[in-house]
Design a protein around this ligand. Structure first.
Ligand SMILES: [Zn+2]
Length: 81
C-alpha cells in the first residue's frame, strides 16, 4: 500500500507546485473601476477606446487636450481637422 501513498504524495506536491508556479489569473475586479490611484484613463476619439493616460500622446486643441493611444491616431486626427 505504500506505493499508493507515494503516488498520492507526489500528486499533492505536483498540484501545489503547479499552483505556485502557474497561478491562475487573478480576476480583474478593477475592470469596473477605471479611476484608480493616479491611474487615470483617457479616451481616444479615433479608435474609440480608453487607455491609461501615462501611455497617451496628447495635443492641445484650443482649450481642451485630446489624448491618443498612438502616433497613428494622432496623425489621423490631425488630418481630419
Ligand atoms: Zn487610438
Amino acid at each position: 500500500m505504500r506505493f499508493i501513498l507515494y503516488i498520492l504524495l507526489f500528486f499533492l506536491i505536483y498540484t501545489i507546485a503547479r499552483a505556485i508556479l502557474f497561478p491562475k489569473k487573478m480576476p480583474q475586479q478593477q475592470r469596473n473601476e477605471p479611476k484608480l490611484h493616479g491611474d487615470e484613463t483617457v479616451f481616444d476619439p479615433i479608435c474609440q477606446s480608453y487607455f491609461p493616460k501615462n501611455s497617451a500622446l496628447s495635443i492641445r486643441n484650443g482649450n481642451e487636450i485630446i489624448y491618443f493611444c498612438s502616433e497613428e491616431c494622432r496623425e489621423k486626427f490631425l488630418k481630419k481637422i
